[in-house]
Design a protein around this ligand. Structure first.
Ligand SMILES: [Fe+2]
Ligand SMILES: [Fe+2]
Length: 246
């Protein structure tokens, strides 16, 4: 571990948590750049319009920049940035053998639509409250890009679904349920012992954590639930990817 620089944020009681969290964020941004690179080849093989390919190239550049930004926070916090433990993407055979158009739509639904929307909800909540300049700068830069990615994902999925009939739509609904399950399960576990009256954002101000761009598990779960309810579920509903009763 390197020595913490003089410009490092304070709140030493959460320093270890911050080091691990920002290392994890570095690996997820790295993974995002890999998945989007795969998405570009899927989109090329699906013969999407040239302007779509140009946008995906920009998105890859954004994600690589996010890796660099998270790495800079890791160094400020006194730790070495990390890479995913398995560097190569390990896609299941059912995925790699599917037609390119289907794989592209699969990636757009799981990563661009679902994960980006959830990420934007998280980053918005952190960015609005964090006052540590070095951390806020990273959150602000990332937020602007991820919001654009989220919108591109929605538009891509909407166009892509138009190629499929009701039977395929059921398969895509199943995919959505699988992609949401880890988010839902994580939020449920974080809140399982929290009394009803404490299931509000005001009950979890995370006063110390926020200076390092961190969430308590409880606040993160509540932000996820709010993002799902107010942003993601309406989008999925509009696309026919969840039933009206969910
Ligand atoms: Fe990113
Ligand atoms: Fe992104």
């Amino acid at each position: 571990m390197t020595t913490q620089s003089s410009s490092s944020p304070s709140a030493p009681s959460f320093l270890r948590e911050a080091q691990l969290t920002w290392q994890h964020r570095t690996t997820t941004e790295y993974r995002s750049s890999q998945i989007l690179t795969r998405f570009l080849s899927e989109s090329l093989a699906a013969s999407d319009p040239a302007e779509v390919h140009a946008v995906i190239l920009d998105l890859i550049a954004d994600e690589l920049e996010h890796v660099r930004l998270c790495e800079s926070v890791c160094r400020d916090l006194g730790v070495t940035p990390t890479r995913p433990s398995k560097l190569e993407l390990n896609d299941p055979v059912q995925f790699t053998q599917a037609p390119a158009r289907e794989r592209a739509l699969h990636t757009a639904i799981t990563m661009m639509l679902i994960n980006e929307t959830v990420s934007v909800g998280f980053i918005q909540d952190l960015e609005a409250r964090c006052q540590t300049p070095s951390i806020k700068r990273v959150l602000t830069a990332t937020l602007g890009d991820e919001s654009a990615h989220e919108q591109f994902g929605y538009d891509y999925v909407k166009r892509g679904l138009a190629h499929y009939g009701p039977i395929a739509l059921n398969d895509f609904r199943h995919l959505v349920a699988l992609a949401l399950a880890p988010h839902e399960g994580g939020a449920r576990r974080a809140l399982q012992n929290v009394p009803e009256e404490k299931c509000t954002l005001e009950a979890w101000p995370d006063t110390q954590r926020i200076s390092l761009g961190l969430f308590s598990p409880e606040r993160q779960a509540l932000v996820y639930q709010r993002t799902y309810r107010e942003v993601l579920a309406p989008k999925l509903l509009a696309l026919g990817l969840i039933a009206a009763t969910s």
